[in-house]
Ligand binder design. Sequence first.
Ligand code: BTN
Length: 331
Amino acid sequence: MATKEGVLAALKASDDYVSGEWISETLGVSRMAVNKAIRALQAGGYEIEAVNRLGYRLLSGPDLLTKEEIAAYLKEERMERVLCLSTTPSTNLKLSELAYEGAPDGQVVIADEQTKGRGRRGRGFVSPKGKGIYLSYLMRRKETPEAVSEITAWTAAAMIRAIESCLSARVSVKWVNDLIMNRKKIAGILTELSVESESRQIQSLIIGIGINVNEEREEFPEELQTMAGSILSETGQQVKRAELAAQMIRALDKMNRDFPLQKEEYLRLYRERSLILGESISLSGAEMTGEPVKALAINEDFSLKIQYENSGRTEDIRSGEVSVRGLYGYI
Ligand code: BTN
């Protein structure tokens, strides 16, 4: 561990003052090196109080999404499969390159900024620096694509749990993969598969999650302002991104172990938090007749049961995008 990280870890481990002498002995470095590390941390935005004969005390830290910050919440061995980048075009893209080079199951890529964040249906995902969490997770699976088609919905349920463990607010889901707070989209999920064409076996399954954490409402591009929100703008609560990122990794590791046998827990939560049931909806990207449609239920396989309001005919929908009147300003 570098001296700066060691000093930070020592300060974080105590609510009280920590003497410079103790830190230098514990880390096996000189007092001068400790002083230098303290100055570097202060320059990086950490508020550290220094009192004669008592030592140093950490008062507050910046909301960084670095490996050192996330490491405060996860075991050292878990951190071996976590790559943190300050900027990258897309964490899904970076992770697919690592997967091709042989990255292990559970490998994570996190970025503080994405310059070409990818969303569903070829859209982009706005990913400004210092504001959100852009995280991709690799699942090594030998199944066929059909066998993992539910994974995006499982991930939505896992992320509801992760977010709610860091704040007191309720997160909902708009089928199939938008997380909603206060009727605004605060997070999206994009699952990307690479499949060997002959065997139909999955080579890599990458789950990408983008959460808006710290944006003020007016910071979103104008065309997104009616529909997009962040945890801060919708709840007024400040969440430490490093802590939330660690909770996301924990929840994804659990889901990776649970899939596919422990479905009940994920399905129950998904159904319970589903916003669109009973609503009149419109669907895009699916075969539609133009007849008014109601969302009836989430089926066992997370597909959506809809009912045509004129004929009463029902149908199960596996893909497409739902719009609900009144939900983020009707889209
Ligand atoms: C959507 O709502 O359309 C899905 C958005 C998914 C965004 C995440 S951010 C991390 C990962 N990397 C990407 O380029 N996209 C996903």
